[in-house]
Ligand binder design. Structure first.
Ligand code: GLN
Length: 305
């Protein structure tokens, strides 16, 4: 299949959509990006890659970081972790508080903010003051790139304006499902969201999920086949919050979005993809990114269904 030609075709076909959607501005530092960007990177198991747009330009990974922190936590705790965070879609917005109250502070899944905050807390219990460094090191390992870092301005912007996340963590703490100091946990969470990566780096860093837990580029085992399967199922059912059903319906791949405008997706046994375009739909997922992935699976027949 001529992937490069397909990507170029997609780039042409999404052009009329520019102008639709809105860049996230509830985090002021995110509002500064140029809204009219589009890039897509395809990473194959043999190291070959294809791409259009600025595939080496870094952006804020935001909620895509939840895949990496959940991988770390699931590796350490195994199914014990599910006592504190579930694995059901929430059907609610990514920052919603409502289910927590009648579900005893147990977030529905690790990919909504509440679940990612509990996941961050579970990591602070293991790594204490060194938690963020461990997360960053892990991401550098899976991406095989130790230049990856976080953005101070975006981190501070969320520290100052992340009121909903403070509400979430306080609510969860009131139910006894946050074990550490609120400040330590929320700082870890905001820092992981402010990590900067390019589409090429992100596509490489989720390749292990497309390959039963083993990074095909380095042969390193990141997690077991069974745990890789579970993370992929969670990406399929919960990776796009209250638009997860729509994403599965239209794209048909396990994927995870972030309000920075990135989406990672995997084609099992074949490749990993990252698309970036910062204008978001009403559920906080990249509008053009979702459309581009829909076109990709339509043109290639590579959905999992
Ligand atoms: N840092 C963002 C927040 O907490 C992450 C949300 C997202 O990417 N969906 O609101």
């Amino acid at each position: 299949m001529n992937y490069q030609a397909i990507l170029e075709e997609i780039e042409r076909e999404i052009l009329p959509l520019f102008g639709e959607g809105k860049v996230a501005d509830y985090i002021p530092a995110l509002a500064n990006v140029n809204p009219n960007q589009f890039s897509i990177s395809l990473q194959m198991f043999d190291g070959t890659s294809f791409g259009v747009g600025e595939v080496n330009k870094k952006f804020s990974i935001q909620s895509i970081s939840k895949v990496f922190t959940f991988t770390l936590a699931l590796n350490y705790y195994g199914k014990e972790l599910y006592k504190r965070v579930g694995h059901e879609p929430s059907g609610n917005p990514f920052n919603s508080l409502v289910q927590l109250e009648y579900e005893n502070g147990i977030p529905r899944n690790p990919f909504i903010n509440a679940g990612a905050i509990v996941t961050a807390d579970s990591l602070v219990s293991i790594y204490k003051d060194n938690t963020f460094n461990q997360i960053l090191e892990f991401i550098r390992t899976v991406a095989n790139d130790d230049t990856i870092n976080f953005d101070e301005e975006i981190f501070h912007s969320e520290l100052e304006h992340g009121f909903r996340n403070y509400a979430l963590i306080n609510m969860i703490k009131s139910f006894g499902n946050i074990y550490n100091q609120i400040d330590d946990v929320i700082e870890t969470y905001f820092k992981q969201c402010s990590i900067m990566m390019s589409p090429a780096q992100l596509a490489r860093s989720v390749l292990f999920l497309a390959n039963h837990g083993v990074n095909p580029l380095t042969n390193e085992t990141i997690l077991t086949e069974s745990k890789a399967k579970r993370i992929n199922s969670l990406m399929l059912t919960c990776g796009h919050y209250d638009a997860s059903g729509d994403f599965a319906y239209k794209v048909g791949l396990p994927g995870k979005s972030g309000v920075g405008g990135g989406i990672v997706a995997i084609v099992p046994k074949k490749m990993a993809i990252c698309v970036y375009s910062p204008r978001l739909n009403s559920q906080g997922n990249s509008l053009i990114g979702t459309k581009a992935l829909e076109l990709f699976t339509t043109k290639t027949g590579l959905s999992i269904f």
